[in-house]
Every structure is written in C-alpha cells, then in structure tokens.
Write a protein of this length. Structure first.
Length: 421
C-alpha cells in the first residue's frame, strides 16, 4: 500500500515550482540546515500530500528530522508528489489519492509505526488515530501542532474527554495562519477549483455561502468580487451581523435554498444542507463543500431523494429527483479545493506562511514541551510575529518601528505621562 503509483519526475517538477514560490521555507532551510535542531527526532506530518506540503517536509528534513508523512484526507494527496518525496533522503511516507476510509487508516498506522516524537497534523487525523488506536506510543509523543479549525476543535474534544496526555499548539489560531490561509487560501482555491470543475460562470450567479467564519469570509468576498450575488447563512449571531454589515444578504438555509444556484459550505459542522433544503432547491443547483469533512452536505439525504444518479462531468455527480429537478454534487462533497480533478490546494505563497508558522511552532514546542501541561495551547505571539517578519522580508516589504517615545506611550496611564514627549 505504501508504494506510490505516481510518476516521480512529474512530482519533482511540481515540487520545484512550489519551492520557487515558497521563499520563507528557503530562508528557514538556510537558517536551520547548518544547526539541525531536529536531529534524531521523528516528525510525522499528516496533511494533503501535495507539492507545498512536500516543501515543508523538505524543510523539516533539512533541519535534521527523520520525516514520515501520510495523507489527511482520502482524495487530496497527489501520487506523483508522494513518489518524488519517497525518493528523498530523510523522508518517507504513506499516502495515495482516492483511498477508502479503511485504507486511509491503514496508511496512518504505517506512519505511526515510526513512533513520532512530534506530529504536525491536519484535522487531528493522525493524533486521534494515535490516541485511539496506538496509545502505547503516547509516552514517546512530545506534542502536536494542529493546522486546522476542525483539528483544534477535535483536540479540544479529546481534552474534554480526558484523553489528551500531551501539549498541542493551535497553529490554526495564529494570525499568520487563519487570517491568510483560511481567508485567502481557501477563498481563492475553493472558488477557482469549483469554477474549473463545473466550467460555469460566477458573474451574476446567486451564490450561497454557509458559515461566515474565516473561510466563509474569503469565499463570500471573493465570489462577490467576481460578480456573484452572495447570500450568507450562519448560526452565530455576531458572525451573521458581520456578514449583514459587510453588505451580504443573511438568511436561514431554508430560505437561501430557494434562491441559490451555487452553494458552498464552510462551517466545520455537519448536515448544513440536508433533505428539507434539497426539497426546496432550484433545478440545476450546484453543491460544493470547502469545510474539512464531507458531511456538511448530506450526501445520504440527497441519495435518498434521487430516482437516478449519473456522472454529469468529471468531479460532478447529478442527482435526478422524482419531481424532475436535478441537483449537482461536486467531488462527493469533499473539500473542493483539494479533491477536485484540477485541485492543487492553496496557492504556494499562502502555504509558505502557513507551513512557516507550523515549522516555527514545532521548533518552539520541542524546545518547551516539558514546561507545557497536557492541553491545547496558543502558539506564543513572538513565534507568529517572527514568521510574519520573515515573510515581509521575503516580499521586500518594510514597516515602521515604534520610537522609544511611542513605546513609553503604550504603557502610560497617568495624564502627565501621556502628554510627556
Ligand atoms: P470558523 O469556525 O471560523 O467558521 C465556521 C463558521 O460556520 C462559524 O461562524 C459558525 O458559526 C458557522 N456555522 C457553524 N454551523 C453552521 C451551520 N449549521 N450553518 C451556518 N453556519 C454555521 O471556521 P473556518 O476557519 O472558517 O473553517 C471552516 C471549515 O473549513 C473547517 O472545517 C476547517 O477545518 C475547514 N478549512 C478548510 C480549508 C480548505 O482548504 N478547504 C482551509 C482551512 C479550513
């Protein structure tokens, strides 16, 4: 199962392109390759195994780690990149595109056989697998860095359940991650892949975005920028208000279902679009998901309503309903930016900083794990700041610095201190 069927030459080419557009990682390799702070440690990376993830693996290996990788989702790894990575010294892994859930678990268990000291995870897939299926490995695990909203939620659930025995950094919650990756990365890549997969036009379309969190913000604003008329659905009153004041129509899904031509879910929840909504939708509606799990659109309900199913085009399944309407589900409701036939995941520049902060958080966690209690921790702000400074440097963007008087002013509270120069 570990043997990849991809063409390593094609994988090498993809890696080279990603590397060229990930200058933060080039700087990190230059800084840490001579020092090798991860020497002798096994670091497991569970993510969508494509070229940008490959560059992170290369940086970890350059910093001295024995790197093992595995896929975080059945449909999102690229076999040619997997093959090219498996050629590299210090890196080995187990991932394949289009595996079943059972095969994915088997691949995860192969990665866990390496007994990692650190896991860099996506949606807590490998972490949950270790805690649940291989608890004998827990004493060797120094910590986890988690890069997604869903994963942090899942590790918090482990903590609530008394199952968390190690510190975990919520890398997703750093500004350098969620303010860029979720908003711009998901926004751009989910919309471009959706439009390429369907070959339809966004301009003038009635688009419904479910969830106005970071991903939903990116999707809604970018769809509007392309000329779509966007409705947002929410369950959280302040997020709903934010969408309203940003000029979007906010409606319950039961109402939005009647209006939408294109639906995109990004809630991190389940059954956000279900039977009662399918029953009200317009003929020809297209349904796609950008949230982590393929449960946001209830494919079971859709299948239950369908009198016939057929492949409408690659990556799009048509469900014909008894009343003659047809609804279209994209990529079985899996992450459209990663599972679509054209999918390349997020743009390289944004992953450069997401994985940059993952890497920096990993170094910090390894250095401080003994002092950290078992639990979910915020990545220290200075780690995030340093990554931002590095990113700005690579962009050639300079900022101002606070003068001494401005620094004093920030800490002043007496009137005379505030007025003094
Ligand atoms: P978030 O927590 O910032 O936002 C989710 C929003 O959905 C919240 O405002 C919440 O109130 C709302 N929501 C929850 N249930 C809802 C329901 N039934 N109907 C309408 N709204 C509902 O989360 P974020 O960062 O936006 O992530 C959303 C999902 O996308 C997660 O599963 C995350 O892991 C995933 N994700 C996917 C990426 C991709 O590459 N496609 C990248 C980053 C995150």
């Amino acid at each position: 199962m570990s043997t990849p069927s991809g063409d390593p030459a094609a994988g090498r080419q993809r890696l080279a392109w990603a590397r060229e557009h990930m200058p933060v990682h080039a700087a990190l390799r230059e800084r840490y390759a001579p020092r090798r702070p991860l020497e002798g440690l096994c670091v497991a990376v569970c993510s969508h195994i494509e070229a940008k993830t490959g560059v992170l693996l290369e940086t970890l290996a350059a910093a001295g780690a024995e790197v093992v990788f595995t896929g975080s989702e059945p449909g999102s790894s690229q076999d040619d990149v997997v093959a090219a990575l498996n050629e590299q010294p210090g890196i080995c892994g187990y991932a394949r595109r289009g595996v079943s859930e059972a095969e994915l678990e088997a691949l995860h268990l192969l990665a866990l056989d390496h007994a990692p000291a650190l896991i860099l995870d996506d949606a807590a897939e490998l972490t949950a697998r270790l805690v649940h299926r291989r608890p004998e490995l827990l004493p060797g695990l120094r910590g986890v860095c988690e890069q997604t909203t869903t994963g942090v939620q899942r590790i918090q659930a482990m903590l609530g359940d008394g199952a968390l025995r190690f510190p975990a950094y919520a890398v997703n919650h750093t500004p350098m991650k969620h303010e860029f990756d979720n908003i711009h990365g998901t926004g751009e890549s989910a919309l471009t892949n959706l439009m390429l997969t369907t070959n339809l036009l966004l301009a003038g379309k009635q688009v419904v975005v479910a969830g106005y969190g970071d991903c939903g913000v990116g999707l809604a604003h970018k769809a509007r920028a392309w000329g779509a008329q966007v409705t947002v659905t929410e369950v959280e009153p302040r997020r709903a208000l934010r969408a309203h004041m940003n000029g979007f129509a906010v409606r319950p899904m039961a109402e939005a279902a009647e209006i939408g031509e294109l639906f995109i879910t990004a809630t991190g929840s389940r059954d956000v679009i279900r039977r009662e909504h399918f029953e009200r939708m317009r003929d020809g509606a297209v349904l796609a998901n950008a949230g982590h799990f393929n449960v946001e659109i209830s494919a079971d309900d859709l299948a239950g309503l369908a009198v016939e199913r057929r492949q409408a085009r690659e990556g799009v399944e048509a469900f014909e309903l008894a009343d003659g309407r047809t609804l279209h589900l994209v990529c079985e409701g899996r992450l459209v930016n990663l599972a679509a036939p054209t999918a390349m995941g997020h743009p390289a520049e944004v992953m450069d900083q997401t994985f940059g902060v993952q890497f920096m958080a990993a170094l910090h966690l390894l250095e401080h794990h003994e002092a950290l209690a078992a639990g979910v921790h915020a990545v220290p702000d200075e780690v995030d700041r340093r990554t931002a400074e590095l990113k700005l440097e690579t962009l050639g963007v300079a900022t101002d610095r606070l003068t001494e008087a401005q620094q004093r002013f920030r800490h002043a509270w007496r009137a005379e201190e505030i007025l003094a120069r």
